[in-house]
Design a protein around this ligand. Sequence first.
Ligand SMILES: [Zn+2]
Length: 440
Amino acid sequence: MYKKGIAAVLYNTSTGRGVPVYMMPAPSERSSRMLLIFLTLLVAHSVFGQQSSGSVNVHNILQQDSTTHYEDGIPNSLRRFIRWAPKAELHVHVEGTLEPEMMMRFAERNGIPPPYPSVQAARAAYNFTDLEHFLQIFYAGCAVLRTRDDFYELAMAYFRRAATSRVIHAEVSFDPQTHLSNGVEFDTFMGGLVDAAMDAEEQWAITVSYIMCFRRDMPLESAEVALRLALPWRHRIVAVGLDSSELRRPPRDFASLFDRAAALGFKRTAHVGEEGSPEYIWQALQLLHVDRLDHGTHCLDDPRLMAALNASRVPLTICPISDLQLKVYDGQLQERLGQLIHSGLMVTVNSDAAAYFGSYLAGNYEWLSTAVGLDVRQAARLVANGFQAAFSLPEGQRRRMVDTVRQLAEAAEAEDKAGGKQGEADVEGSSRRRLLTLRG
Ligand SMILES: [Zn+2]
Protein backbone atom coordinates (compact mmCIF):
# COMPACT_ATOMS: atom_id res chain seq x y z
CA MET A 1 0.00 0.00 0.00
CA TYR A 2 1.99 2.95 -1.28
CA LYS A 3 0.56 6.42 -1.20
CA LYS A 4 1.41 8.99 -3.84
CA GLY A 5 4.59 10.80 -2.95
CA ILE A 6 5.54 8.40 -0.20
CA ALA A 7 9.01 6.95 -0.57
CA ALA A 8 8.91 4.13 1.91
CA VAL A 9 6.32 2.41 4.02
CA LEU A 10 7.13 0.73 7.28
CA TYR A 11 4.43 -1.49 8.68
CA ASN A 12 3.48 -2.32 12.21
CA THR A 13 5.17 -5.59 13.04
CA SER A 14 4.84 -5.44 16.80
CA THR A 15 1.14 -5.89 17.36
CA GLY A 16 -0.31 -7.16 14.12
CA ARG A 17 -3.30 -4.86 14.65
CA GLY A 18 -3.21 -3.37 11.23
CA VAL A 19 -2.48 0.14 12.47
CA PRO A 20 -0.86 2.46 9.94
CA VAL A 21 2.76 3.25 10.59
CA TYR A 22 5.21 6.00 9.69
CA MET A 23 5.74 6.84 6.12
CA MET A 24 8.83 8.61 4.88
CA PRO A 25 8.14 11.69 2.78
CA ALA A 26 9.77 11.42 -0.62
CA PRO A 27 12.52 13.98 -1.24
CA SER A 28 10.38 15.72 -3.87
CA GLU A 29 7.65 16.26 -1.30
CA ARG A 30 9.80 18.00 1.23
CA SER A 31 8.77 21.61 1.37
CA SER A 32 11.14 24.44 2.06
CA ARG A 33 9.57 24.77 5.50
CA MET A 34 10.23 21.12 6.19
CA LEU A 35 13.80 21.74 5.19
CA LEU A 36 13.92 24.66 7.60
CA ILE A 37 12.63 22.43 10.40
CA PHE A 38 15.18 19.79 9.55
CA LEU A 39 18.04 22.26 9.45
CA THR A 40 16.93 23.74 12.76
CA LEU A 41 16.94 20.27 14.19
CA LEU A 42 20.42 19.61 12.92
CA VAL A 43 21.63 22.84 14.48
CA ALA A 44 19.98 21.81 17.75
CA HIS A 45 21.52 18.41 17.48
CA SER A 46 24.98 19.79 16.88
CA VAL A 47 24.58 22.03 19.93
CA PHE A 48 23.11 19.37 22.15
CA GLY A 49 25.12 16.41 21.00
CA GLN A 50 28.55 17.91 21.34
CA GLN A 51 29.70 15.12 23.56
CA SER A 52 29.16 12.58 20.82
CA SER A 53 31.99 11.74 18.51
CA GLY A 54 29.73 9.52 16.40
CA SER A 55 27.76 10.74 13.41
CA VAL A 56 23.99 10.44 13.41
CA ASN A 57 22.22 9.43 10.23
CA VAL A 58 18.64 10.50 10.88
CA HIS A 59 17.35 8.93 7.70
CA ASN A 60 18.77 5.54 8.61
CA ILE A 61 17.41 5.81 12.14
CA LEU A 62 13.91 6.52 10.88
CA GLN A 63 14.13 3.64 8.42
CA GLN A 64 14.62 1.28 11.36
CA ASP A 65 11.33 2.25 12.96
CA SER A 66 8.86 -0.62 12.76
CA THR A 67 6.63 0.03 15.75
CA THR A 68 3.07 1.23 15.92
CA HIS A 69 2.28 4.77 14.90
CA TYR A 70 -1.03 6.58 15.01
CA GLU A 71 -0.37 9.30 12.50
CA ASP A 72 -3.39 8.76 10.30
CA GLY A 73 -5.65 11.80 10.47
CA ILE A 74 -3.07 14.12 11.99
CA PRO A 75 -2.47 17.38 10.07
CA ASN A 76 0.79 17.29 8.14
CA SER A 77 2.44 20.09 10.09
CA LEU A 78 1.69 18.43 13.44
CA ARG A 79 2.73 15.02 12.15
CA ARG A 80 6.04 16.43 10.99
CA PHE A 81 6.54 18.33 14.21
CA ILE A 82 5.98 15.16 16.26
CA ARG A 83 8.26 13.25 14.00
CA TRP A 84 11.15 15.68 13.95
CA ALA A 85 11.08 17.52 17.25
CA PRO A 86 13.84 16.47 19.66
CA LYS A 87 12.33 14.97 22.78
CA ALA A 88 13.10 13.88 26.32
CA GLU A 89 11.63 10.65 27.65
CA LEU A 90 11.29 10.52 31.43
CA HIS A 91 9.10 7.50 32.12
CA VAL A 92 10.16 4.31 30.40
CA HIS A 93 11.04 0.99 32.05
CA VAL A 94 13.93 -0.70 30.32
CA GLU A 95 12.41 -4.09 31.15
CA GLY A 96 9.22 -2.89 29.46
CA THR A 97 11.06 -2.49 26.17
CA LEU A 98 11.74 -6.24 25.95
CA GLU A 99 10.23 -7.14 22.60
CA PRO A 100 8.98 -10.75 22.30
CA GLU A 101 11.62 -11.68 19.73
CA MET A 102 14.35 -10.69 22.15
CA MET A 103 12.58 -12.44 25.03
CA MET A 104 12.56 -15.70 23.10
CA ARG A 105 16.21 -15.31 22.09
CA PHE A 106 17.40 -14.58 25.63
CA ALA A 107 15.39 -17.48 27.04
CA GLU A 108 16.99 -19.87 24.60
CA ARG A 109 20.56 -18.74 25.12
CA ASN A 110 20.16 -18.67 28.92
CA GLY A 111 18.55 -22.12 29.01
CA ILE A 112 15.37 -20.77 30.59
CA PRO A 113 11.92 -21.98 29.54
CA PRO A 114 10.36 -19.08 27.60
CA PRO A 115 7.20 -17.59 29.11
CA TYR A 116 5.40 -18.27 25.81
CA PRO A 117 5.73 -20.95 23.15
CA SER A 118 6.13 -18.36 20.40
CA VAL A 119 6.40 -14.66 19.60
CA GLN A 120 2.83 -14.76 18.35
CA ALA A 121 1.64 -16.31 21.61
CA ALA A 122 3.41 -13.60 23.58
CA ARG A 123 1.74 -10.84 21.59
CA ALA A 124 -1.61 -12.54 21.91
CA ALA A 125 -1.15 -12.51 25.69
CA TYR A 126 -0.62 -8.74 25.71
CA ASN A 127 -4.31 -8.03 26.04
CA PHE A 128 -4.49 -6.60 29.52
CA THR A 129 -7.46 -6.25 31.80
CA ASP A 130 -5.73 -3.91 34.26
CA LEU A 131 -2.40 -3.04 35.89
CA GLU A 132 -2.25 -6.24 37.96
CA HIS A 133 -2.75 -8.38 34.89
CA PHE A 134 -0.04 -6.46 33.03
CA LEU A 135 2.42 -6.82 35.91
CA GLN A 136 2.07 -10.62 35.98
CA ILE A 137 3.01 -10.76 32.31
CA PHE A 138 5.72 -8.12 32.68
CA TYR A 139 7.53 -9.96 35.52
CA ALA A 140 7.33 -13.26 33.61
CA GLY A 141 9.21 -11.54 30.79
CA CYS A 142 11.86 -10.17 33.17
CA ALA A 143 12.81 -13.72 34.14
CA VAL A 144 14.75 -14.24 30.89
CA LEU A 145 17.17 -11.37 31.70
CA ARG A 146 20.27 -12.91 33.28
CA THR A 147 23.57 -11.74 31.84
CA ARG A 148 25.35 -8.44 31.39
CA ASP A 149 24.94 -8.90 27.63
CA ASP A 150 21.17 -9.33 28.05
CA PHE A 151 20.86 -5.98 29.79
CA TYR A 152 23.22 -4.30 27.35
CA GLU A 153 21.33 -5.55 24.31
CA LEU A 154 17.96 -4.76 25.86
CA ALA A 155 18.92 -1.18 26.61
CA MET A 156 20.60 -0.66 23.24
CA ALA A 157 17.48 -1.88 21.45
CA TYR A 158 15.46 0.69 23.41
CA PHE A 159 17.88 3.51 22.63
CA ARG A 160 17.83 2.60 18.95
CA ARG A 161 14.04 2.76 18.92
CA ALA A 162 14.01 5.91 21.02
CA ALA A 163 16.21 7.53 18.41
CA THR A 164 13.48 6.83 15.86
CA SER A 165 11.19 8.95 18.03
CA ARG A 166 13.93 11.63 18.12
CA VAL A 167 14.57 11.11 21.82
CA ILE A 168 17.80 12.90 22.68
CA HIS A 169 17.57 12.63 26.47
CA ALA A 170 16.28 9.58 28.36
CA GLU A 171 15.81 8.96 32.06
CA VAL A 172 15.26 5.23 32.12
CA SER A 173 13.75 3.23 35.00
CA PHE A 174 14.82 -0.24 36.07
CA ASP A 175 13.69 -2.62 38.82
CA PRO A 176 16.73 -3.90 40.78
CA GLN A 177 14.68 -6.06 43.17
CA THR A 178 13.23 -8.02 40.26
CA HIS A 179 16.67 -8.98 38.97
CA LEU A 180 18.21 -9.55 42.40
CA SER A 181 15.35 -11.92 43.23
CA ASN A 182 16.06 -13.73 39.95
CA GLY A 183 19.62 -14.31 41.13
CA VAL A 184 21.27 -11.61 39.00
CA GLU A 185 23.99 -9.56 40.68
CA PHE A 186 23.49 -5.80 40.88
CA ASP A 187 26.78 -5.16 39.09
CA THR A 188 25.76 -7.52 36.28
CA PHE A 189 22.60 -5.68 35.24
CA MET A 190 23.92 -2.24 36.11
CA GLY A 191 27.12 -2.89 34.17
CA GLY A 192 25.15 -3.80 31.05
CA LEU A 193 22.83 -0.81 31.40
CA VAL A 194 25.68 1.66 31.89
CA ASP A 195 27.67 0.24 28.95
CA ALA A 196 24.58 0.70 26.79
CA ALA A 197 24.12 4.28 28.02
CA MET A 198 27.67 5.16 27.01
CA ASP A 199 27.28 3.53 23.60
CA ALA A 200 23.91 5.24 23.02
CA GLU A 201 25.55 8.56 23.74
CA GLU A 202 28.27 7.71 21.27
CA GLN A 203 26.06 6.29 18.50
CA TRP A 204 22.89 8.38 18.70
CA ALA A 205 23.86 11.35 20.88
CA ILE A 206 21.21 10.39 23.44
CA THR A 207 22.11 11.50 26.96
CA VAL A 208 21.05 8.91 29.51
CA SER A 209 20.56 8.60 33.23
CA TYR A 210 18.81 5.87 35.21
CA ILE A 211 16.03 5.81 37.77
CA MET A 212 16.12 2.94 40.25
CA CYS A 213 12.54 1.95 41.08
CA PHE A 214 11.64 0.23 44.32
CA ARG A 215 8.91 -2.37 44.08
CA ARG A 216 6.12 -1.70 46.52
CA ASP A 217 4.94 -5.32 46.33
CA MET A 218 8.24 -6.63 47.72
CA PRO A 219 9.62 -6.48 51.26
CA LEU A 220 11.04 -3.15 52.33
CA GLU A 221 14.30 -4.88 53.34
CA SER A 222 14.97 -5.85 49.72
CA ALA A 223 14.59 -2.20 48.73
CA GLU A 224 17.12 -1.25 51.42
CA VAL A 225 19.56 -3.79 49.97
CA ALA A 226 19.08 -2.39 46.47
CA LEU A 227 19.71 1.15 47.72
CA ARG A 228 22.97 0.07 49.34
CA LEU A 229 24.13 -1.83 46.25
CA ALA A 230 23.37 1.18 44.05
CA LEU A 231 25.85 3.48 45.73
CA PRO A 232 28.88 2.59 43.57
CA TRP A 233 26.72 3.42 40.53
CA ARG A 234 25.50 6.69 41.96
CA HIS A 235 26.99 8.67 39.05
CA ARG A 236 24.58 6.99 36.64
CA ILE A 237 21.47 6.72 38.84
CA VAL A 238 19.90 10.13 39.12
CA ALA A 239 16.76 9.21 41.07
CA VAL A 240 14.80 6.58 42.92
CA GLY A 241 11.24 5.70 42.03
CA LEU A 242 8.40 3.52 43.26
CA ASP A 243 6.48 1.15 41.01
CA SER A 244 4.52 -2.12 40.74
CA SER A 245 1.07 -2.78 42.25
CA GLU A 246 -0.41 0.43 43.56
CA LEU A 247 -3.64 -0.52 45.27
CA ARG A 248 -3.42 -1.29 48.99
CA ARG A 249 0.25 -0.21 49.14
CA PRO A 250 0.25 3.42 50.25
CA PRO A 251 3.31 5.58 49.63
CA ARG A 252 3.59 6.39 53.34
CA ASP A 253 5.04 2.88 53.88
CA PHE A 254 8.13 4.04 51.97
CA ALA A 255 8.68 7.42 53.57
CA SER A 256 11.78 6.48 55.58
CA LEU A 257 13.33 4.72 52.56
CA PHE A 258 12.80 7.81 50.43
CA ASP A 259 14.26 9.99 53.19
CA ARG A 260 17.45 7.92 53.10
CA ALA A 261 17.59 8.09 49.31
CA ALA A 262 17.20 11.88 49.47
CA ALA A 263 20.00 12.11 52.03
CA LEU A 264 22.21 10.20 49.58
CA GLY A 265 21.47 12.78 46.91
CA PHE A 266 18.93 10.96 44.77
CA LYS A 267 16.00 12.77 43.19
CA ARG A 268 12.63 11.15 43.87
CA THR A 269 9.68 10.11 41.79
CA ALA A 270 6.83 7.62 42.33
CA HIS A 271 4.11 5.86 40.37
CA VAL A 272 0.93 7.13 42.00
CA GLY A 273 -2.56 7.96 40.87
CA GLU A 274 -2.47 5.48 38.00
CA GLU A 275 -5.06 3.21 39.59
CA GLY A 276 -4.79 4.67 43.09
CA SER A 277 -6.75 7.56 44.55
CA PRO A 278 -5.66 11.22 44.89
CA GLU A 279 -4.81 10.39 48.51
CA TYR A 280 -1.80 8.41 47.26
CA ILE A 281 -0.66 11.43 45.24
CA TRP A 282 -0.94 13.61 48.34
CA GLN A 283 1.18 11.09 50.26
CA ALA A 284 3.82 11.01 47.54
CA LEU A 285 4.03 14.80 47.63
CA GLN A 286 3.91 15.28 51.39
CA LEU A 287 5.63 12.14 52.74
CA LEU A 288 7.96 11.03 49.94
CA HIS A 289 8.67 14.62 48.87
CA VAL A 290 8.77 13.59 45.23
CA ASP A 291 10.24 15.84 42.56
CA ARG A 292 8.01 14.26 39.88
CA LEU A 293 4.92 12.06 39.71
CA ASP A 294 4.73 9.06 37.39
CA HIS A 295 1.23 8.86 35.88
CA GLY A 296 -0.70 10.84 38.50
CA THR A 297 -3.73 11.02 36.24
CA HIS A 298 -6.19 10.51 39.13
CA CYS A 299 -5.29 13.98 40.38
CA LEU A 300 -8.25 14.92 38.20
CA ASP A 301 -10.54 13.54 40.93
CA ASP A 302 -9.44 16.17 43.47
CA PRO A 303 -9.71 19.87 42.54
CA ARG A 304 -7.65 20.88 45.59
CA LEU A 305 -4.84 18.56 44.45
CA MET A 306 -5.04 19.99 40.92
CA ALA A 307 -4.59 23.46 42.36
CA ALA A 308 -1.64 22.32 44.48
CA LEU A 309 0.05 20.70 41.47
CA ASN A 310 -0.52 23.79 39.41
CA ALA A 311 1.04 25.98 42.07
CA SER A 312 4.03 23.72 42.75
CA ARG A 313 4.69 22.83 39.06
CA VAL A 314 5.55 19.26 40.10
CA PRO A 315 5.66 17.45 36.74
CA LEU A 316 3.51 14.46 35.80
CA THR A 317 4.91 11.82 33.44
CA ILE A 318 1.80 10.55 31.74
CA CYS A 319 1.79 7.54 29.41
CA PRO A 320 -1.27 7.74 27.14
CA ILE A 321 -1.07 4.38 25.37
CA SER A 322 -0.23 2.63 28.64
CA ASP A 323 -3.42 4.11 30.09
CA LEU A 324 -5.31 3.02 27.01
CA GLN A 325 -4.04 -0.56 27.17
CA LEU A 326 -4.46 -0.86 30.95
CA LYS A 327 -7.97 0.59 30.77
CA VAL A 328 -7.31 3.49 33.11
CA TYR A 329 -10.44 5.69 33.14
CA ASP A 330 -11.94 3.06 30.88
CA GLY A 331 -14.41 4.63 28.47
CA GLN A 332 -13.49 8.15 29.60
CA LEU A 333 -9.77 8.19 28.92
CA GLN A 334 -9.79 10.66 26.05
CA GLU A 335 -11.99 13.07 27.94
CA ARG A 336 -9.87 12.80 31.09
CA LEU A 337 -6.56 13.16 29.27
CA GLY A 338 -7.99 16.16 27.47
CA GLN A 339 -8.83 17.76 30.83
CA LEU A 340 -5.35 17.00 32.10
CA ILE A 341 -3.55 18.33 29.03
CA HIS A 342 -5.59 21.53 28.99
CA SER A 343 -5.38 22.04 32.76
CA GLY A 344 -2.06 23.85 32.55
CA LEU A 345 -0.27 21.33 34.79
CA MET A 346 3.34 20.43 33.99
CA VAL A 347 2.50 17.31 31.96
CA THR A 348 5.03 15.27 29.98
CA VAL A 349 4.38 12.43 27.50
CA ASN A 350 6.11 9.05 27.76
CA SER A 351 5.90 5.44 26.59
CA ASP A 352 6.14 3.46 29.91
CA ALA A 353 6.49 -0.20 28.80
CA ALA A 354 6.58 0.27 25.08
CA ALA A 355 7.12 -3.33 23.97
CA TYR A 356 4.03 -4.49 25.86
CA PHE A 357 1.85 -1.58 24.79
CA GLY A 358 2.99 -1.62 21.18
CA SER A 359 4.22 1.94 20.69
CA TYR A 360 7.22 4.06 21.53
CA LEU A 361 7.35 7.79 22.25
CA ALA A 362 6.36 9.29 18.90
CA GLY A 363 3.39 6.92 18.76
CA ASN A 364 2.25 8.19 22.16
CA TYR A 365 2.35 11.79 20.95
CA GLU A 366 0.44 10.83 17.82
CA TRP A 367 -2.28 8.93 19.63
CA LEU A 368 -2.64 11.70 22.19
CA SER A 369 -2.79 14.35 19.47
CA THR A 370 -5.70 12.60 17.86
CA ALA A 371 -7.40 11.63 21.09
CA VAL A 372 -7.50 15.08 22.64
CA GLY A 373 -7.18 17.24 19.53
CA LEU A 374 -3.76 18.82 20.06
CA ASP A 375 -2.50 21.57 17.82
CA VAL A 376 1.19 22.19 17.14
CA ARG A 377 1.54 24.75 19.91
CA GLN A 378 0.03 22.41 22.51
CA ALA A 379 2.18 19.50 21.33
CA ALA A 380 5.23 21.78 21.55
CA ARG A 381 4.39 22.68 25.14
CA LEU A 382 4.31 18.98 26.05
CA VAL A 383 7.62 18.34 24.30
CA ALA A 384 9.22 21.35 26.00
CA ASN A 385 7.85 20.17 29.36
CA GLY A 386 9.86 16.98 28.88
CA PHE A 387 13.07 19.01 28.90
CA GLN A 388 11.87 21.27 31.69
CA ALA A 389 11.02 18.30 33.91
CA ALA A 390 14.23 16.32 33.28
CA PHE A 391 16.35 15.55 36.33
CA SER A 392 19.76 15.40 34.70
CA LEU A 393 19.93 18.09 32.03
CA PRO A 394 22.31 20.99 32.60
CA GLU A 395 20.43 24.28 32.68
CA GLY A 396 22.04 25.62 29.51
CA GLN A 397 21.08 22.55 27.48
CA ARG A 398 17.59 22.61 28.92
CA ARG A 399 17.10 26.20 27.76
CA ARG A 400 18.54 25.50 24.32
CA MET A 401 16.23 22.55 23.77
CA VAL A 402 13.15 24.46 24.90
CA ASP A 403 14.13 27.22 22.46
CA THR A 404 14.64 24.73 19.66
CA VAL A 405 11.23 23.16 20.27
CA ARG A 406 9.62 26.61 20.16
CA GLN A 407 11.35 27.44 16.87
CA LEU A 408 10.28 24.14 15.34
CA ALA A 409 6.70 24.77 16.42
CA GLU A 410 6.74 28.25 14.91
CA ALA A 411 8.07 26.83 11.64
CA ALA A 412 5.36 24.16 11.67
CA GLU A 413 2.65 26.75 12.39
CA ALA A 414 3.90 28.86 9.51
CA GLU A 415 3.65 25.79 7.32
CA ASP A 416 0.09 25.32 8.56
CA LYS A 417 -0.90 28.85 7.59
CA ALA A 418 0.68 28.48 4.18
CA GLY A 419 -0.88 25.07 3.63
CA GLY A 420 -4.53 26.11 3.75
CA LYS A 421 -7.27 23.84 4.99
CA GLN A 422 -5.87 20.49 3.98
CA GLY A 423 -4.60 19.61 7.45
CA GLU A 424 -7.84 20.56 9.12
CA ALA A 425 -9.77 18.38 6.71
CA ASP A 426 -7.52 15.44 7.57
CA VAL A 427 -8.30 15.72 11.26
CA GLU A 428 -12.01 15.48 10.62
CA GLY A 429 -11.63 12.43 8.44
CA SER A 430 -13.09 9.05 9.16
CA SER A 431 -9.65 7.73 10.01
CA ARG A 432 -9.76 9.80 13.20
CA ARG A 433 -12.82 8.00 14.46
CA ARG A 434 -11.20 4.68 13.64
CA LEU A 435 -8.05 5.58 15.53
CA LEU A 436 -9.98 6.64 18.59
CA THR A 437 -11.64 3.27 18.87
CA LEU A 438 -8.39 1.28 18.83
CA ARG A 439 -8.42 -0.91 21.87
CA GLY A 440 -5.87 -3.58 21.05
ZN1 LIG B 1 5.77 3.10 34.71
